[in-house]
Design a protein around this ligand. Structure first.
Ligand code: ZN
Length: 168
């Protein structure tokens, strides 16, 4: 008798189909190189990270300051042409204690992804990881500071910030 793997909807997969490779598996690892333009706002943001600087934009109409920067204000739909250098400190707006990685690998030591509102911004945050803290010590409202890669290792990527750590 063929064992059926329970599925919440649709046609169940059969063990036999998996053994005969009659279904698509995820073993294929394509060697594909690609590139895309990051755009005006994110390009400037990424260049700032390479220099160890968090760059945002301020709407001159309503005063909203956002990071990552945008070229228009989502509140009043005006162009935002004022670039601002922001501190690398902020406040934890929300977080999760995760025992799986982004590729769903189970891990014993959890990662703590968090949305961090960078100081001097208005209702906008960066998604990043919190480290140097026990999971049960992380709280909404906790003050954190960016931990940067050494300047020689930065590439103009969000990972130029290794993580955020509690301000002690
Ligand atoms: Zn505005």
């Amino acid at each position: 008798m063929t064992k059926q793997i329970p599925q919440p909807w649709g046609t169940p997969l059969k063990e036999e189909a998996l053994q005969k490779h009659n279904v698509l598996t995820v073993d294929y690892k394509p060697k594909v190189k690609y590139a895309w333009a990051s755009g005006i706002a994110i390009g400037r943001f990424l260049n700032g990270l390479k220099d160890g600087q968090i760059i945002g934009t301020r709407c001159d109409n309503c005063g909203r300051v956002v990071v990552p920067p945008r070229i228009f204000c989502e509140w009043c739909f005006k162009p935002t042409e004022s670039w601002v250098k922001l501190p690398d400190t902020g406040t934890v707006n929300t977080f999760s204690i995760s025992y799986i990685t982004a590729d769903t690998t189970r891990i014993k030591t959890p990662i703590i992804p968090a949305v961090i509102q960078i100081d001097e911004t208005t209702n906008a945050g960066l998604l990043h990881l919190i480290e140097n803290s026990k999971p049960d010590a992380v709280k909404i409202g906790m003050k954190v500071k960016a931990a940067w890669l050494p300047a020689s290792e930065r590439k103009g990527s969000i990972t130029d910030i290794k993580h955020f750590a509690p301000v002690r």
